[in-house]
Design a protein around this ligand. Structure first.
Ligand SMILES: [Zn+2]
Length: 300
């Protein structure tokens, strides 16, 4: 019997600096961001080089910005054949914003990124997966603002984010204003729990074997692609240390020195492409690919 072709997973990067991270909200006042050493461009360049070595094209969810260096890094992301997507403008949690402020944030980010990259931006991922039961209105605004997929709902239980009963694989949402594909970060189902296996802190804090087991299980048992994510600061063990609480420091700084080597192993062990390939161009196509079901148990 012929072997099945390997599943192509999605590789994604949330492009932000180490001080933008939500666990540091309140530790570093926003007006001080401009004065801190920015390391995002050099770290993103390192990721671009690693992906190029591995022959992988990825999706970069980039914060909108106005600096010259920002425009240049967006250009390098696009020139390497990667997908440019939006991580918003001000890195504020969706559920802490009014709908009006959220609309302005995603509109501004889309405009700046499209100008910088010379390409359309259709994907959005919220800071800290902050589309939750109390901010589902954001999905309607994304449709109205011209986005065609969202990757902000994490189907897990967590203290700051997550909709644990939401669908675990990409699906199409239909709203009165149009359609939107939802692309959740990956989990493995064990008993009645969804375990996060798609990257971020879970990739750094647990041994590499955990992520390998999870992605292999999604690929080989469910025959589905996994959605993986990381941040440029996660491969930067020399980043300046910020004075956060014990839990936040553990979440942010644990195993930074090991992440680059682990990422190289991941790129060797599995196949990856951009997120847009999982939704094949539009939400209608996604729904035709057996992904259409009532995935959100909430009315909004
Ligand atoms: Zn972020």
């Amino acid at each position: 019997m012929d072997a099945e072709p390997p599943v192509v997973n999605a590789m994604s990067v949330d492009v932000e600096d180490y001080f933008h991270v939500s666990v540091f909200d309140g530790v570093v006042p926003r007006h001080r961001w401009e004065q801190l050493e920015s390391r995002v461009c050099v770290n993103t360049d390192r990721l671009l080089a690693m992906f190029a070595d591995a022959g992988v094209r990825a999706t970069f969810f980039v914060l909108g910005g106005r600096r010259k260096s920002h425009k240049k890094i967006v250009g390098r992301i696009v020139d390497a054949g990667n997908e440019l997507a939006s991580h918003g403008y001000a890195h504020r949690l969706v559920y802490d914003q009014t709908p009006t402020a959220f609309r302005e944030d995603v509109r501004r980010a889309k405009g700046l990124l499209e100008d910088a990259g010379g390409t359309l931006v259709g994907g959005y991922r919220a800071p800290s997966y902050s589309v939750t039961p109390r901010s589902l209105w954001a999905l309607d605004i994304l449709i109205e603002e011209g986005y065609w997929y969202d990757a902000s709902i994490f189907p897990i239980m967590h203290d700051r984010y997550g909709i644990p009963v939401s669908a675990r694989h990409p699906y199409a949402l239909r709203r009165h204003g149009g359609a939107l594909a939802e692309v959740p970060a990956s989990t493995v189902r064990v008993a009645s729990w969804n375990l996060p296996i798609g990257g971020g802190g879970y990739f750094r804090i647990f041994p590499y074997a955990y992520t390998h087991w999870g992605i292999a299980r999604v690929n080989r048992v469910e025959h589905r692609p996994a959605v993986f994510y990381l941040h440029p600061w996660e491969i930067d063990p020399d980043q300046p240390r910020l004075p956060a609480g014990l839990v936040s420091r553990f979440r942010h700084y644990r195993n930074l020195a090991k992440t680059e080597e682990r990422l190289r192993a991941l790129l060797r062990d599995f196949r990856f492409g951009p997120v847009r390939d999982l939704v094949l161009g539009d939400a209608e196509t996604a729904s035709a690919q057996d992904t259409a079901h009532a995935a959100l148990p909430y009315v909004w």
